[in-house]
Design a protein around this ligand. Structure first.
Ligand code: FES
Length: 156
């Protein structure tokens, strides 16, 4: 989606900054904020570019580096850790072939750590995009990744 269309959905008010940044980032197929887009947001809100970068760098959910279509967030907080969440990074690395903060070569997946996702009752847990998955096992992760890959292949 063109950035102008995204900006047009929001009034040019500072209070809309985080929502605008989220929408711009989500619309990018690699789920990040390229520099030209950050400049456009700064112009739209009549904000100092350095200040805007300060906001983008402050929040870990924003990225200025290309990531992937699906951001996988794995919880590294105590409950998930106790419930075997410590094995999630290795399981995902085994299934995807890439480590934390590394996009897969096909640009589909990018795994990052998160603090508690607020779904401790189904630990160990992770999010893929905005979908929640819990009580994860190696087989479950393999199946999920394979399903997403198949869906993406069918889209062409
Ligand atoms: S501790 Fe993992 S979701 Fe809360």
């Amino acid at each position: 989606m063109e950035i102008e269309k995204i900006l047009g959905r929001h009034s040019p008010l500072q209070e809309n900054l985080l929502n605008i940044l989220h929408d711009v980032q989500d619309a990018h197929p690699r789920k990040y904020l390229p520099e030209p887009h950050i400049r456009k947001v700064a112009e739209y809100l009549d904000t100092n570019l350095a200040q805007l970068y300060g906001v983008v760098k402050y929040y870990t959910m924003f990225s200025t580096e290309p990531r992937a279509r699906y951001i996988i967030r794995i919880c590294r907080s105590p409950v998930c850790h106790i419930m075997d969440g410590k094995t999630l990074p290795e399981l995902l690395e085994k299934v995807l072939g890439t480590g934390i903060n590394e996009p897969t070569p096909d640009g589909l997946f990018y795994v990052e750590y998160s603090e508690c996702l607020g779904i401790c009752s189904i630990a160990p847990a992770m999010m893929v995009g905005d979908q929640i998955y819990g009580q994860l096992t190696e087989k479950g992760i393999e199946k999920l990744i394979s399903l997403i890959r198949d869906e993406e292949n069918q889209k062409g």
